[in-house]
Design a protein around this ligand. Structure first.
Ligand code: KIV
Ligand code: ZN
Length: 513
């Protein structure tokens, strides 16, 4: 018998993007969306078009380029929001609108300053407006888990009458616990008499570390859609992690007799791509996709694994697409081998992109003997998947040593105009940063500077993260190179470019999600 399919609604590009510092530009969003389509998600929430011009463009780009995956745009209940969201998403092969309003006493009283009756009226009108435009409308009762269940059920009954195809029961602040959430789902299913075939969606935040557990419990109690993000990124402590939800359903199919359409072998490359683009690193012990998730350290464990893998592995690394051969290419490898390897890592490149990737690959291969998957991913993230930036680093020369005052000379283009500065510093990185600052005249504060080796050996590529803050904006720049001073300068410039992008992307609303 075919297992009941749970819809996987990915909100990495919308709620995931709400992680501090994870802002993505339209091209980056499209790259992730194309990979999510390969991964097999049912729906992609691509953004919140009313929140900025950039998000409008991003949703439009995603809508125009996906082949069949449903593309959803978020909107508040205002008619203008709904129209804007529809304008962005309407060209998708399968478009959808997602409207939301809060239903909890706390949100209605303090944030919305609206009564229950006003919220109900607004919700119904919004669903009606959305339905007049879109064949698919999802309605979310924001902060559902702190709402009065009878009011919640009344709202759901009315929005279904108004045309909602899906009702979402979000645990907006990550407050609920599995037993309580189960009771709420049971209540909704029993009390909303016209629920019929309406999709019952859950959307859990991870403030208490329970987002995945709550989502799985909800599925056992009748939820038919799980909203989640890759690597669990999202507002505050994040959202339910897609890879954990999917692999729990798959690995424990004895307890969860439901399937998903996810091609689990695409999980690892999707996770790496999202991490690279957002700059949000994955903790080593993160379930499913962390660097240690399949590493066995203790002697007893290693002995067990060598004798029989299932002694300590409840799923295989292959099942989530972890490449088995880490060693991939060297400097004699050709374009074809590179294309094939990149395909395996989830990157389907155009000829022009392949040419650029190949020249970068040759540069790396000339400097180091073996080029690993991590190196290729660094090339993809830092050199290929980027849009033209305001600042471009053209040249960097640094002198430092035991008896020298560290000095850096930097040549950069700012909006295409060449500029040059030299500065002293407390070290070569400091000198390089000072020279870049002298050119960009930025007023940022450096919050974090981190260097790590992507692969092993003294010829490893160093990956640098630079976190900058200006006014209320926080950005994370990243870059990789076999030269850590060059990587540092590139990461700083990357952060400046992200900041420029963010400044343009001024949020025009307050109190939105
Ligand atoms: O967490 C939340 O309530 C949301 C809604 C917009 C669904 O993100
Ligand atoms: Zn959310």
């Amino acid at each position: 018998m075919e297992k009941r399919k749970i819809r996987i609604f990915d909100t990495t590009l919308r709620d995931g993007e709400q992680s501090p510092g994870a802002s993505m530009n339209p091209v980056e969003k499209l790259d992730i969306a194309l990979q999510l389509e390969r991964l097999g998600v049912d729906a992609i929430e691509a953004g919140f078009p009313m929140s900025s011009e950039g998000d409008f463009e991003a949703v439009k780009l995603v809508a125009q380029n996906l082949k069949g995956t449903q593309v959803i745009a978020l909107a508040r209940t205002h008619p203008d929001d709904i129209e804007r969201a529809w304008d962005a998403v309407c060209t998708a092969a399968s478009p959808g609108l997602h409207v939301f309003i809060a239903t909890s006493p706390i949100h209605m009283r303090y944030k919305l300053k609206m009564s229950e009756e006003e919220v109900l009226k607004e919700a119904v009108a919004a669903v009606r407006n959305a339905k007049a435009l879109s064949p698919f409308v999802e309605f979310s009762a924001e902060d559902a888990t702190r709402s009065d269940p009878s009011f919640l059920c009344r709202v759901f009954s009315e929005v279904i009458k108004a045309g909602a195809s899906c009702i979402n029961i979000p645990d907006t602040v990550g407050y609920t616990i599995p037993g309580e959430y189960a009771r709420l789902i049971d209540t909704v299913i029993q009390k909303v008499k016209n629920i019929g075939t309406t999709i019952i969606s859950v959307h859990c935040h991870n403030d208490l570390g329970l987002a995945v557990a709550n989502s799985l419990t909800a599925v056992q109690h009748g939820a038919t859609q799980v909203e989640c993000t890759i690597n669990g990124i999202g507002e505050r402590a994040g959202n339910a992690s897609m890879e954990e939800v999917v692999m729990a359903l798959k690995t424990r199919s004895d307890c969860y007799p439901y399937g998903t359409r996810i091609v689990s072998e695409q999980i690892y490359s999707t996770s790496r791509l999202v991490s690279r683009i957002t700059g949000l690193r994955i903790q080593a012990n993160k379930a499913i996709v962390g660097a240690n998730a399949f590493a066995h350290e203790a002697g007893i464990h290693q002995d067990g694994i060598l004798k029989e893998k299932t002694t300590y592995e409840i799923m295989t690394p292959e099942s989530i697409g972890i490449p088995q051969s880490k060693l991939v290419l060297g400097k004699h490898s050709g374009r074809h081998a590179l294309r094939e390897r990149l395909k395996k890592l989830g990157y389907d490149l155009s000829d022009e992109q392949l040419n650029r990737a190949f020249s970068q690959f040759k540069l790396v291969a000339d400097k180091k003997k073996d080029v690993f998957d991590g190196d290729l991913e660094a090339i993809m993230a830092h050199e290929i998947l980027r849009i033209p930036d305001k600042y471009e680093l053209d040249f960097l020369s640094v002198t430092s040593g035991t008896d020298l005052i560290p000095t850096a000379t930097v040549k950069m283009k700012v909006d295409g105009k060449p500029m040059k500065k030299a500065q002293f510093g407390d070290g070569p990185v400091d000198a390089a940063f000072r020279a870049i600052r002298a050119i960009s005249a930025d007023k940022t504060r450096l919050l974090r500077f981190e260097i790590s080796a992507i692969t092993g050996g003294t010829d490893a590529q160093g990956e640098v993260s630079v976190q900058l803050e200006e006014d209320n904006y926080r950005v994370l720049g990243q870059a990789a190179s076999t030269d850590i001073i060059v990587a540092s300068a590139k990461a700083y410039v990357n952060a400046l470019n992200k900041l420029e992008y963010l400044k343009k992307k001024k949020r025009i609303l307050r109190g939105g999600p």
